[in-house]
Write a protein that binds this ligand. Structure first.
Ligand SMILES: [Zn+2]
Length: 431
């Protein structure tokens, strides 16, 4: 990594300042889009046929999804990397736990979405530098006179992440495939300033450090960072209480660094790097279609995410003109389908959190039209069960036609698996 270029970019970003209005932001995006078309998309076999003339209307390009993105991998990428070779390399890197896979200087990474389908991402050295600049700007502001220690709990390390290692940050990678007890002990030895991990790992650490009750932890970081999974508001509250530190939510996935929560706790999409189109499902919920004009080796253009976003109805008090997201609801299968209606998980999980104080982790899985399984991990199983049963009765009974069959199970969750609290596993969707 070229530190001078990173510093230059970072200073440039700071000097550019904040966008004064939504209009100024849109004008900036359009300029960036047009120059991106000429400099990058013209190199992509998939997109070249759409480029005619000096100005290209984005809406003339196809909307794609993950399946097309992976299927057309070789045609879309601009660096001539073959999908099968890249996949082979990434899988080998992950199983050997040696994470330095590059092809011709391009980092190849593997991602497993919550749907379990594997995705590949390509990052050039230049893109990695831009990523570091974004991390410095929005996630880990440098403290110039003191090195910050960052504990990074990850499924797989990547030289993308360790590239932030420098004079200002000391990174330590914690492999989440190790026993959580071992990781907690290592954490207490390292004592980082910043604790970063997926919510289910942070919750599992909270559980161990407080020995299963919700007392404040004997050790506290200065800052927590949550990524890779939906951070449920009640879990954020619990983590803030246990660790007595603020938590910043990062919306990062194969498709890029999409958003970061601001100091007011609102998630803003990084619209200075992305154009976000919204496909509305109902009045408040939409699926984002993103166009990233910073991804040069693997363009992400009019890419329909499977996440559902609940858009904030009132402007955030921080003054940012970037789209404010009230909540990321995860994938489209993170809903229940009852009586032909979509029940979004946020309503249920908030109610459940209000109904019980017991430290519990749970999962509500719909397996058939009237079949629901509830898995609970708690020292207060009966209390949690009663709370969840009451909420399900209150919300679902007015809309279901046939009686629901609810099965209750006591379980221990594997913290290395992505947590999806409420979801359906119905093979034939009923919508
Ligand atoms: Zn804000």
């Amino acid at each position: 990594m070229n530190k001078l270029r990173v510093l230059k970019q970072f200073v440039g970003l700071k000097l550019r300042g904040k966008f004064q209005s939504r209009e100024a932001l849109l004008a900036y995006q359009e300029t960036k889009w047009q120059s991106f078309v000429q400099s990058t998309l013209s190199k992509s076999t998939f997109y070249r046929p759409y480029i005619q003339g000096d100005k290209v209307d984005r809406h003339g390009l196809p909307i794609i999804d993950k399946a097309i993105f992976m299927d057309q991998f070789n045609q879309i990428n601009t660096v001539g990397i073959d999908r099968d070779a890249a996949m082979d390399l990434a899988v080998r890197a992950e199983s050997s736990r040696e994470f330095d896979s590059t092809i011709d200087g391009i980092t190849v990474g593997l991602s497993t979405g919550t749907s379990g389908k594997r995705g590949l991402f390509l990052i050039s050295a230049e893109e990695r530098e831009s990523w570091v600049v974004m991390v410095m700007d929005r996630i880990l502001p440098p403290k110039w006179f003191r090195k910050q220690k960052v504990a990074f709990f990850l499924r797989a390390n990547s030289n993308l992440y360790t590239s932030v290692q420098s004079a200002i940050y000391d990174f330590q990678y914690f492999d989440i495939f190790q026993p959580i007890q071992t990781l907690a002990e290592a954490l207490l030895v390292y004592r980082p300033d910043v604790l970063a991990g997926q919510p289910s790992i942070l919750l599992a650490l909270a559980d161990i450090l407080t020995k299963g009750n919700t007392q404040p932890s004997p050790w506290k970081p200065m800052q927590m960072i949550s990524f890779a999974e939906v951070l449920h508001p009640e879990d954020a509250t619990l983590l803030k209480h246990v660790f007595d530190a603020p938590i910043r939510e990062v919306y990062q996935c194969t498709e890029g660094l999409l958003g970061v929560s601001c100091d007011h706790g609102t998630m803003h999409l990084n619209e200075d790097n992305l154009i976000v189109e919204t496909e509305w499902i109902d009045e408040h919920h939409c699926r984002p279609i993103i166009t990233d004009f910073t991804r040069k080796s693997q363009p992400v253009i009019r890419y329909r995410m499977s996440d559902v976003l609940k858009i904030k109805q009132t402007p955030c008090s921080c003054g940012s003109p970037f789209l404010a997201v009230e909540q990321i609801l995860g994938r489209d299968d993170d809903v229940l389908w009852i009586g032909g209606e979509r029940v979004f998980p946020d309503v249920l999980s908030r109610k459940i959190a209000l109904a019980t104080d017991a430290f519990a982790r749970y999962e509500i899985v719909q397996t058939g039209e009237t079949e629901i399984h509830v898995n609970i991990q708690s020292n207060h199983f009966e209390e949690t069960k009663a709370a969840i049963a009451a909420v399900l009765e209150e919300y679902l009974s007015p809309i279901h036609e046939a009686p629901l069959r609810i099965h209750w199970h006591a379980t221990t969750f594997n913290p290395t698996l992505k947590q999806r609290k409420i979801r359906h596993e119905i093979q034939h969707k009923i919508h």
